[in-house]
Design a protein around this ligand. Structure first.
Ligand code: CP
Ligand code: NVA
Length: 269
């Protein structure tokens, strides 16, 4: 479907899943991908983000970018004449959310009405998960510590979106409240890429939000466990939960490939 087409992959941060699944996805579809790591193009340093977008548009049919500042992916999109895919920014991870929705859909046969609890940092993965689930009528329950919860503005935008589509949004400081009766328990790292200097401060604050067997007991008996990976085993998730029969984390990782092939075909065909 994408014979002869090329995807440029800009990475300012490390990646396993995003890098490999986009590259393999392009190969499956008959196209190819070019890896542009931080030392190769020096996005915004060697030349401006806008000039990078304009130049790449003459060579490739789409650009996927993993950046720090969300503004950089917006600037690529504003200045490229080819589609730009956000492969994670400091504030969003939409490709992850597409794979997450596919995983929930495969398991429950629907997203509408499913009780989805996210426990941990209200970060890029959490916001994209909440936005996607709210758009599709899911019931989203967020548990984050004070100071690490979505802003009131984000919560009310998510709430409005969820209501419009027949779902709901609820926020808690108590993780037990958030997972009570949940059909999905989702967590992510306590320290996202770029926040490494905050590790020592964050660990004790997030410890009560660990997804462990005690917490999972409060969820629906058949709840599934999700994590975007990489997992920090023994921190945000324990081994017994990550490796339990309820865990779908590697299916979820595999679904990055399938969901992104759909994104690529939609944008490039
Ligand atoms: N979940 C995810 O985006 O993984 P990578 O950082 O390995 O791409
Ligand atoms: N929240 C994490 C997700 C990694 C895929 C980060 O931004 O580092």
């Amino acid at each position: 479907m994408l014979r002869g087409k090329t995807l440029a992959m800009i990475f300012q941060k490390p990646s396993l899943r995003t890098r490999v699944s986009f590259d393999v996805g392009m190969q499956h579809l008959g196209g190819s991908a070019i890896m542009l790591g931080p030392d190769e193009i020096g996005l915004g340093k060697r030349e401006s983000v806008a000039d990078t977008a304009r130049t790449l548009s003459g060579y490739v049919q789409a650009i996927m970018a993993r950046v720090f500042a969300h503004q950089d992916v917006l600037s690529l999109a504003d200045n490229a004449s080819v589609p730009v895919i956000n492969g994670l920014s400091d504030t969003q991870h939409p490709c992850q959310a597409m794979a997450d929705m596919l995983t929930i859909l495969e398991h429950f046969g629907r997203i509408e009405g499913v009780q989805i609890a996210y426990v941990g940092d209200s970060n890029n993965v959490a916001v994209s998960l909440a936005q996607a689930a709210a758009h599709l009528g899911g019931h989203v329950r967020i548990a984050s510590p004070p100071g690490y919860m979505f802003s009131e503005e984000t919560l009310s935008a998510l709430d409005e979106m969820a209501r419009k589509h027949g779902g709901s949004l609820a926020a808690f400081y108590d993780p037990v409240e958030a997972v009570r009766g949940a059909q999905v328990i989702y967590t992510d790292t306590w320290v996202s890429m770029g926040q490494e200097a905050e590790t020592a401060i964050r660990r004790p604050i997030f410890q009560p939000y660990q997804v462990n067997r005690d917490l999972v007991r409060h969820a629906d008996r058949d709840a599934i466990i999700m994590h975007c990976l990489p997992a920090h085993r023994g921190q945000e998730i324990t081994d017994d939960v990550a490796d339990s029969p309820q865990s779908v984390i590697f299916r979820q990782a595999e679904n990055r490939l399938h969901a992104q092939k759909a994104i690529l075909v939609t944008l490039l065909q």
